[in-house]
Write a protein that binds this ligand. Structure first.
Ligand SMILES: [Zn+2]
Length: 414
Protein backbone atom coordinates (compact mmCIF):
# COMPACT_ATOMS: atom_id res chain seq x y z
CA UNK A 1 0.00 0.00 0.00
CA UNK A 2 2.53 2.71 0.96
CA UNK A 3 4.65 2.31 -2.17
CA UNK A 4 1.48 2.79 -4.16
CA UNK A 5 1.14 6.33 -2.83
CA UNK A 6 4.63 7.46 -3.80
CA UNK A 7 4.30 5.92 -7.25
CA UNK A 8 1.48 8.34 -7.91
CA UNK A 9 3.68 11.38 -7.35
CA UNK A 10 3.89 13.09 -10.72
CA UNK A 11 7.16 15.01 -10.84
CA UNK A 12 6.21 16.84 -14.04
CA UNK A 13 2.92 18.04 -12.58
CA UNK A 14 4.72 19.24 -9.44
CA UNK A 15 7.34 21.06 -11.50
CA UNK A 16 4.72 22.66 -13.73
CA UNK A 17 2.84 23.96 -10.68
CA UNK A 18 6.07 25.36 -9.24
CA UNK A 19 6.64 27.25 -12.48
CA UNK A 20 2.99 28.36 -12.67
CA UNK A 21 2.97 29.65 -9.10
CA UNK A 22 6.23 31.51 -9.74
CA UNK A 23 4.42 33.67 -12.30
CA UNK A 24 2.61 35.46 -9.45
CA UNK A 25 5.09 38.16 -8.52
CA UNK A 26 7.68 37.07 -11.09
CA UNK A 27 10.71 39.37 -11.26
CA UNK A 28 12.88 40.21 -14.25
CA UNK A 29 15.78 38.12 -12.99
CA UNK A 30 13.76 34.90 -12.69
CA UNK A 31 12.86 35.28 -9.04
CA UNK A 32 9.69 36.16 -7.16
CA UNK A 33 8.48 39.17 -5.21
CA UNK A 34 5.32 37.93 -3.54
CA UNK A 35 5.05 39.73 -0.25
CA UNK A 36 2.66 38.51 2.42
CA UNK A 37 -0.98 39.52 1.86
CA UNK A 38 -0.13 41.36 -1.37
CA UNK A 39 -2.06 41.43 -4.64
CA UNK A 40 0.40 38.86 -6.02
CA UNK A 41 -0.17 36.55 -3.10
CA UNK A 42 -3.95 36.87 -3.44
CA UNK A 43 -3.61 35.68 -7.05
CA UNK A 44 -1.30 32.83 -6.04
CA UNK A 45 -3.79 31.74 -3.37
CA UNK A 46 -6.55 31.67 -5.97
CA UNK A 47 -4.43 29.42 -8.19
CA UNK A 48 -3.77 27.08 -5.26
CA UNK A 49 -7.48 26.95 -4.43
CA UNK A 50 -8.30 26.15 -8.07
CA UNK A 51 -5.82 23.28 -8.17
CA UNK A 52 -7.10 22.02 -4.83
CA UNK A 53 -10.75 22.09 -5.91
CA UNK A 54 -9.93 20.32 -9.18
CA UNK A 55 -8.57 17.36 -7.21
CA UNK A 56 -11.35 17.27 -4.64
CA UNK A 57 -9.75 19.16 -1.74
CA UNK A 58 -11.88 21.60 0.25
CA UNK A 59 -10.41 25.04 0.88
CA UNK A 60 -10.91 26.90 4.13
CA UNK A 61 -9.23 29.78 5.93
CA UNK A 62 -9.10 31.47 9.33
CA UNK A 63 -8.90 34.99 10.74
CA UNK A 64 -5.12 35.03 10.08
CA UNK A 65 -5.65 34.05 6.41
CA UNK A 66 -3.86 30.74 6.85
CA UNK A 67 -5.08 28.65 3.91
CA UNK A 68 -6.08 25.00 4.38
CA UNK A 69 -6.89 22.53 1.58
CA UNK A 70 -8.47 19.42 3.06
CA UNK A 71 -8.52 15.86 1.84
CA UNK A 72 -11.28 14.28 3.88
CA UNK A 73 -10.27 11.21 5.92
CA UNK A 74 -12.42 8.06 6.44
CA UNK A 75 -13.14 8.77 10.11
CA UNK A 76 -14.68 12.00 11.18
CA UNK A 77 -13.85 13.67 14.46
CA UNK A 78 -10.10 12.93 14.40
CA UNK A 79 -7.57 15.75 14.50
CA UNK A 80 -6.14 16.30 11.00
CA UNK A 81 -2.55 15.93 9.86
CA UNK A 82 -1.21 19.19 8.38
CA UNK A 83 1.40 19.30 5.62
CA UNK A 84 2.71 22.46 4.00
CA UNK A 85 4.76 25.63 4.32
CA UNK A 86 4.22 29.21 2.99
CA UNK A 87 3.81 30.99 -0.36
CA UNK A 88 4.95 34.50 0.55
CA UNK A 89 8.48 35.50 -0.46
CA UNK A 90 11.20 38.03 0.23
CA UNK A 91 11.24 41.10 -2.09
CA UNK A 92 14.04 39.52 -4.12
CA UNK A 93 13.13 35.92 -3.36
CA UNK A 94 13.29 32.77 -5.42
CA UNK A 95 10.66 30.42 -6.85
CA UNK A 96 11.06 27.66 -4.26
CA UNK A 97 11.40 28.96 -0.70
CA UNK A 98 8.08 27.98 0.90
CA UNK A 99 6.33 27.36 -2.42
CA UNK A 100 8.10 24.01 -2.72
CA UNK A 101 6.72 22.85 0.65
CA UNK A 102 3.16 23.87 -0.24
CA UNK A 103 3.19 22.39 -3.74
CA UNK A 104 4.96 19.18 -2.66
CA UNK A 105 2.20 18.87 -0.04
CA UNK A 106 -0.46 19.45 -2.70
CA UNK A 107 1.16 16.81 -4.90
CA UNK A 108 1.29 14.41 -1.93
CA UNK A 109 -2.39 15.03 -1.17
CA UNK A 110 -3.26 14.43 -4.82
CA UNK A 111 -1.29 11.14 -4.85
CA UNK A 112 -3.02 10.04 -1.65
CA UNK A 113 -6.43 11.00 -3.07
CA UNK A 114 -5.83 8.65 -6.00
CA UNK A 115 -5.32 5.45 -3.99
CA UNK A 116 -8.50 3.42 -3.38
CA UNK A 117 -8.53 3.68 0.41
CA UNK A 118 -8.66 7.07 2.11
CA UNK A 119 -6.47 7.49 5.21
CA UNK A 120 -8.20 7.53 8.62
CA UNK A 121 -7.44 11.18 9.33
CA UNK A 122 -8.09 14.21 7.20
CA UNK A 123 -4.93 15.56 5.58
CA UNK A 124 -4.77 19.33 5.16
CA UNK A 125 -2.34 21.12 2.89
CA UNK A 126 -1.55 24.42 4.57
CA UNK A 127 -0.02 27.71 3.44
CA UNK A 128 0.83 29.73 6.57
CA UNK A 129 0.40 33.51 6.45
CA UNK A 130 3.48 35.77 6.37
CA UNK A 131 6.38 33.43 7.07
CA UNK A 132 9.02 35.79 5.69
CA UNK A 133 8.23 38.87 7.73
CA UNK A 134 9.65 41.28 5.16
CA UNK A 135 6.48 43.31 4.58
CA UNK A 136 5.09 42.89 8.11
CA UNK A 137 7.64 42.05 10.82
CA UNK A 138 8.25 39.69 12.41
CA UNK A 139 7.69 36.60 10.29
CA UNK A 140 5.86 33.32 10.94
CA UNK A 141 2.78 35.32 11.94
CA UNK A 142 0.19 32.84 10.71
CA UNK A 143 1.70 29.82 12.44
CA UNK A 144 2.41 31.85 15.60
CA UNK A 145 -1.21 32.92 16.04
CA UNK A 146 -2.57 29.52 14.93
CA UNK A 147 -0.58 27.83 17.71
CA UNK A 148 -1.39 30.48 20.29
CA UNK A 149 2.24 31.55 20.55
CA UNK A 150 1.08 35.08 19.76
CA UNK A 151 -2.30 36.75 19.93
CA UNK A 152 -4.15 37.89 16.82
CA UNK A 153 -4.70 41.27 18.48
CA UNK A 154 -0.91 41.73 18.71
CA UNK A 155 -0.33 41.35 14.98
CA UNK A 156 -3.34 43.27 13.61
CA UNK A 157 -1.86 46.78 14.19
CA UNK A 158 1.53 45.96 12.61
CA UNK A 159 2.13 48.26 9.62
CA UNK A 160 4.13 47.90 6.42
CA UNK A 161 6.28 50.77 5.09
CA UNK A 162 3.30 52.26 3.27
CA UNK A 163 1.32 52.37 6.52
CA UNK A 164 -1.06 49.50 5.67
CA UNK A 165 -1.95 47.42 8.75
CA UNK A 166 -2.01 43.64 8.91
CA UNK A 167 -5.69 44.03 9.80
CA UNK A 168 -6.47 45.83 6.52
CA UNK A 169 -4.28 43.53 4.46
CA UNK A 170 -5.95 40.45 5.97
CA UNK A 171 -9.33 41.93 5.13
CA UNK A 172 -8.41 42.40 1.49
CA UNK A 173 -7.14 38.82 1.23
CA UNK A 174 -10.21 37.32 2.90
CA UNK A 175 -12.62 39.58 0.95
CA UNK A 176 -11.01 38.51 -2.32
CA UNK A 177 -12.26 34.95 -1.81
CA UNK A 178 -15.64 35.13 -0.04
CA UNK A 179 -16.53 31.61 -1.19
CA UNK A 180 -13.83 30.02 0.97
CA UNK A 181 -15.17 28.65 4.27
CA UNK A 182 -14.01 30.42 7.43
CA UNK A 183 -13.05 28.38 10.49
CA UNK A 184 -11.91 29.25 13.98
CA UNK A 185 -8.29 30.28 14.47
CA UNK A 186 -6.39 27.32 15.94
CA UNK A 187 -7.76 23.78 16.15
CA UNK A 188 -6.37 20.45 17.38
CA UNK A 189 -3.76 19.02 15.02
CA UNK A 190 -2.43 15.44 15.01
CA UNK A 191 0.90 16.33 13.43
CA UNK A 192 2.70 18.64 11.00
CA UNK A 193 5.14 17.84 8.22
CA UNK A 194 7.00 20.59 6.37
CA UNK A 195 9.14 20.06 3.29
CA UNK A 196 11.47 22.94 2.40
CA UNK A 197 14.54 23.74 0.36
CA UNK A 198 17.67 23.55 2.50
CA UNK A 199 18.82 27.17 1.94
CA UNK A 200 22.34 25.95 2.67
CA UNK A 201 24.73 23.69 0.78
CA UNK A 202 25.26 20.70 3.07
CA UNK A 203 23.13 18.29 1.02
CA UNK A 204 24.74 19.38 -2.25
CA UNK A 205 28.28 19.20 -0.86
CA UNK A 206 27.80 15.79 0.75
CA UNK A 207 25.76 14.41 -2.16
CA UNK A 208 22.47 13.58 -0.42
CA UNK A 209 18.99 13.96 -1.94
CA UNK A 210 17.09 14.61 1.28
CA UNK A 211 17.83 15.98 4.72
CA UNK A 212 15.86 14.76 7.72
CA UNK A 213 15.79 17.87 9.89
CA UNK A 214 16.75 17.18 13.50
CA UNK A 215 15.77 20.57 14.87
CA UNK A 216 15.96 24.32 14.49
CA UNK A 217 18.73 26.58 15.71
CA UNK A 218 17.87 28.93 18.56
CA UNK A 219 17.63 32.66 17.93
CA UNK A 220 17.70 35.77 20.11
CA UNK A 221 17.37 39.32 18.80
CA UNK A 222 18.11 42.59 20.58
CA UNK A 223 17.82 46.31 20.00
CA UNK A 224 20.54 48.48 21.47
CA UNK A 225 20.03 52.25 21.90
CA UNK A 226 23.06 54.37 22.75
CA UNK A 227 22.26 57.88 23.92
CA UNK A 228 24.89 60.62 23.96
CA UNK A 229 24.58 64.30 23.16
CA UNK A 230 24.78 66.19 19.85
CA UNK A 231 27.45 68.89 19.89
CA UNK A 232 29.59 71.04 17.59
CA UNK A 233 32.42 69.12 15.89
CA UNK A 234 34.66 72.17 15.89
CA UNK A 235 34.13 73.57 19.36
CA UNK A 236 33.57 70.54 21.62
CA UNK A 237 36.76 69.11 23.14
CA UNK A 238 37.07 65.37 23.59
CA UNK A 239 36.63 65.53 27.36
CA UNK A 240 33.27 67.27 26.96
CA UNK A 241 31.89 64.97 24.32
CA UNK A 242 29.24 62.33 24.81
CA UNK A 243 29.75 60.71 21.44
CA UNK A 244 27.21 57.93 20.88
CA UNK A 245 29.09 56.54 17.88
CA UNK A 246 32.36 56.18 19.78
CA UNK A 247 30.55 54.32 22.57
CA UNK A 248 28.64 52.14 20.11
CA UNK A 249 31.85 51.19 18.30
CA UNK A 250 33.40 50.15 21.62
CA UNK A 251 30.32 48.02 22.31
CA UNK A 252 30.45 46.38 18.89
CA UNK A 253 34.13 45.60 19.40
CA UNK A 254 33.54 44.09 22.85
CA UNK A 255 30.56 42.09 21.56
CA UNK A 256 32.47 40.74 18.54
CA UNK A 257 35.28 39.56 20.82
CA UNK A 258 32.91 37.97 23.35
CA UNK A 259 30.96 36.11 20.63
CA UNK A 260 34.08 34.77 18.90
CA UNK A 261 34.37 30.99 19.20
CA UNK A 262 37.08 28.65 18.06
CA UNK A 263 34.63 26.20 16.45
CA UNK A 264 32.82 28.92 14.43
CA UNK A 265 29.39 27.75 15.59
CA UNK A 266 28.11 31.05 16.99
CA UNK A 267 26.12 33.14 14.52
CA UNK A 268 26.36 36.75 15.66
CA UNK A 269 25.21 39.58 13.40
CA UNK A 270 24.86 43.33 13.74
CA UNK A 271 22.90 43.93 10.57
CA UNK A 272 21.45 47.35 11.25
CA UNK A 273 23.34 50.35 12.57
CA UNK A 274 21.88 53.85 12.58
CA UNK A 275 23.61 57.04 13.59
CA UNK A 276 21.76 60.26 14.39
CA UNK A 277 21.75 62.98 13.33
CA UNK A 278 24.22 61.48 10.81
CA UNK A 279 25.65 64.85 9.89
CA UNK A 280 29.36 65.38 9.10
CA UNK A 281 29.96 68.18 11.58
CA UNK A 282 27.84 67.04 14.51
CA UNK A 283 29.07 64.75 17.29
CA UNK A 284 26.59 61.84 17.10
CA UNK A 285 23.92 62.02 19.77
CA UNK A 286 22.23 58.69 19.17
CA UNK A 287 23.03 55.29 17.74
CA UNK A 288 20.76 52.34 17.51
CA UNK A 289 21.81 48.92 16.32
CA UNK A 290 20.41 45.41 16.06
CA UNK A 291 21.81 42.11 17.29
CA UNK A 292 20.89 38.71 15.84
CA UNK A 293 22.39 35.81 17.80
CA UNK A 294 21.89 32.14 16.88
CA UNK A 295 23.17 28.83 18.15
CA UNK A 296 22.13 25.15 18.29
CA UNK A 297 22.97 24.75 21.97
CA UNK A 298 20.52 26.18 24.49
CA UNK A 299 23.14 26.68 27.22
CA UNK A 300 25.45 28.58 24.87
CA UNK A 301 22.77 30.86 23.44
CA UNK A 302 21.54 31.54 26.95
CA UNK A 303 25.01 32.40 28.27
CA UNK A 304 26.02 34.56 25.30
CA UNK A 305 22.69 36.35 25.04
CA UNK A 306 22.61 37.06 28.76
CA UNK A 307 26.07 38.67 28.55
CA UNK A 308 25.05 41.27 25.95
CA UNK A 309 23.54 43.89 28.26
CA UNK A 310 26.54 43.78 30.61
CA UNK A 311 29.04 44.10 27.77
CA UNK A 312 27.23 47.15 26.41
CA UNK A 313 27.03 48.70 29.86
CA UNK A 314 30.73 48.23 30.62
CA UNK A 315 31.79 49.87 27.34
CA UNK A 316 29.28 52.73 27.18
CA UNK A 317 31.75 55.40 28.33
CA UNK A 318 29.98 58.68 29.03
CA UNK A 319 26.84 57.67 27.11
CA UNK A 320 23.74 55.85 28.29
CA UNK A 321 22.70 52.55 26.83
CA UNK A 322 19.46 50.57 26.77
CA UNK A 323 19.44 46.94 25.59
CA UNK A 324 16.06 45.41 24.84
CA UNK A 325 15.53 41.76 23.93
CA UNK A 326 12.97 41.47 21.11
CA UNK A 327 12.81 37.72 20.62
CA UNK A 328 14.05 34.55 22.30
CA UNK A 329 13.31 31.34 20.40
CA UNK A 330 15.19 28.53 22.13
CA UNK A 331 16.88 25.85 20.00
CA UNK A 332 14.48 22.96 19.43
CA UNK A 333 14.72 19.30 18.52
CA UNK A 334 11.94 17.58 16.57
CA UNK A 335 10.71 14.34 18.20
CA UNK A 336 12.86 11.33 17.39
CA UNK A 337 9.76 9.36 16.35
CA UNK A 338 9.08 11.90 13.60
CA UNK A 339 12.69 11.97 12.42
CA UNK A 340 12.97 8.19 12.21
CA UNK A 341 9.59 8.01 10.48
CA UNK A 342 10.77 10.37 7.72
CA UNK A 343 14.15 8.61 7.48
CA UNK A 344 12.39 5.22 7.31
CA UNK A 345 10.21 6.39 4.39
CA UNK A 346 13.32 7.65 2.54
CA UNK A 347 15.06 4.33 3.23
CA UNK A 348 12.18 2.27 1.84
CA UNK A 349 12.04 4.43 -1.28
CA UNK A 350 15.80 4.09 -1.78
CA UNK A 351 16.34 7.87 -1.55
CA UNK A 352 19.67 8.91 -0.01
CA UNK A 353 19.24 10.91 3.17
CA UNK A 354 21.14 12.38 6.06
CA UNK A 355 20.22 14.15 9.27
CA UNK A 356 20.90 17.84 9.63
CA UNK A 357 19.98 20.80 11.79
CA UNK A 358 18.13 23.80 10.32
CA UNK A 359 19.97 27.07 10.84
CA UNK A 360 16.96 29.02 9.52
CA UNK A 361 13.58 29.36 11.23
CA UNK A 362 10.44 27.84 9.74
CA UNK A 363 6.72 27.58 10.57
CA UNK A 364 7.51 24.09 11.90
CA UNK A 365 9.03 25.87 14.92
CA UNK A 366 5.63 26.99 16.16
CA UNK A 367 3.76 23.84 15.17
CA UNK A 368 6.32 21.88 17.19
CA UNK A 369 4.88 23.43 20.35
CA UNK A 370 1.42 21.97 19.74
CA UNK A 371 1.84 18.71 17.83
CA UNK A 372 4.32 16.08 16.69
CA UNK A 373 6.30 17.89 13.98
CA UNK A 374 8.90 16.90 11.40
CA UNK A 375 10.71 18.53 8.48
CA UNK A 376 12.58 17.41 5.42
CA UNK A 377 14.93 19.37 3.21
CA UNK A 378 15.81 19.00 -0.45
CA UNK A 379 19.02 20.50 -1.87
CA UNK A 380 19.08 24.00 -3.31
CA UNK A 381 21.76 24.88 -5.79
CA UNK A 382 24.93 26.22 -4.16
CA UNK A 383 22.90 26.97 -1.04
CA UNK A 384 21.58 30.17 -2.64
CA UNK A 385 18.24 31.32 -1.20
CA UNK A 386 16.41 34.57 -0.46
CA UNK A 387 17.79 35.40 -3.88
CA UNK A 388 16.23 35.49 -7.34
CA UNK A 389 18.78 32.92 -8.50
CA UNK A 390 17.43 30.27 -6.09
CA UNK A 391 17.29 26.94 -7.94
CA UNK A 392 16.46 23.27 -7.33
CA UNK A 393 16.60 20.08 -9.43
CA UNK A 394 13.25 18.61 -10.57
CA UNK A 395 14.38 15.11 -9.56
CA UNK A 396 15.06 16.28 -6.00
CA UNK A 397 11.69 18.05 -5.87
CA UNK A 398 10.01 14.82 -6.89
CA UNK A 399 12.01 12.69 -4.41
CA UNK A 400 11.04 15.00 -1.53
CA UNK A 401 7.37 14.83 -2.53
CA UNK A 402 7.47 11.02 -2.63
CA UNK A 403 8.83 10.87 0.91
CA UNK A 404 6.32 13.47 2.06
CA UNK A 405 3.43 11.49 0.53
CA UNK A 406 4.52 8.23 2.18
CA UNK A 407 5.20 9.85 5.53
CA UNK A 408 1.88 11.74 5.51
CA UNK A 409 -0.14 8.72 4.40
CA UNK A 410 1.20 6.58 7.22
CA UNK A 411 0.79 9.26 9.85
CA UNK A 412 -2.78 9.93 8.72
CA UNK A 413 -3.56 6.26 9.19
CA UNK A 414 -2.39 6.26 12.81
ZN1 LIG B 1 10.70 29.45 3.81
Amino acid sequence: MPAEVSQRIDGHRLWQRLMDLARFGATGKGGVCRLALSREEIEARAALVNWARSIGLKPSTDAAANLFLSLEGRESGLAPLLIGSHIDSQPTGGKFDGAYGVLAALEAAQAISEVPERPRRTIEVVAWMNEEGSRFAPGMMGSAVFTGKRKLAEILPVRDRAGVTVEDALKSVLDAAPDIARRPLGFPVAGFLEAHIEQGRTLQDLGYTVGVVTGIQGKRTFRVDVIGEESHAGTTPRRARRDALTSAVAMVDALQKAMWDEGDTVRFTIGMFEVAPNAPSVVPGKVHFSIDLRHDDSTIIERLGNAIAGLCDSTRGKCDVAVRELLYDAPLQFPEGMRSHIAGCAERLGISHMRLQSPAGHDARYLHYVCSTGMLFIPCKDGISHNEAESIAPADASAGARILAEAAFELANQ
